[in-house]
Design a protein around this ligand. Structure first.
Ligand SMILES: [Zn+2]
Length: 83
């Protein structure tokens, strides 16, 4: 029974391993609908369009996401409104 759980990316429509999806607490299945690859493209494009907005966001996100791997106390919807 080595059936690996897979999920279809809503953007590129490729079925990928769950490891290819970032976690999203707000999502029903706990994972983003788009794979990491698509998300990184979306982020890059969004950043190019409006770098100042994203710089501010990264700052807020970093403040709420300690690098020691601890769960942030506050959830920030980072990159969630990119479509
Ligand atoms: Zn994808």
């Amino acid at each position: 029974m080595a059936t690996e759980q897979r999920k279809k990316c809503s953007k590129c429509e490729v079925e990928k391993s769950l490891l290819d999806f970032s976690r999203d607490r707000q999502a029903r299945d706990g994972l983003r609908n788009r794979c990491r690859e698509c998300m990184s493209k979306i982020w890059k494009d969004a950043y190019k369009k409006d770098p100042e907005k994203w710089k501010a966001r990264v700052k807020i996100w970093a403040e709420n996401n300690p690098k020691n791997g601890e769960e942030p106390k506050k959830t920030v919807s980072f990159f969630c409104d990119t479509g």
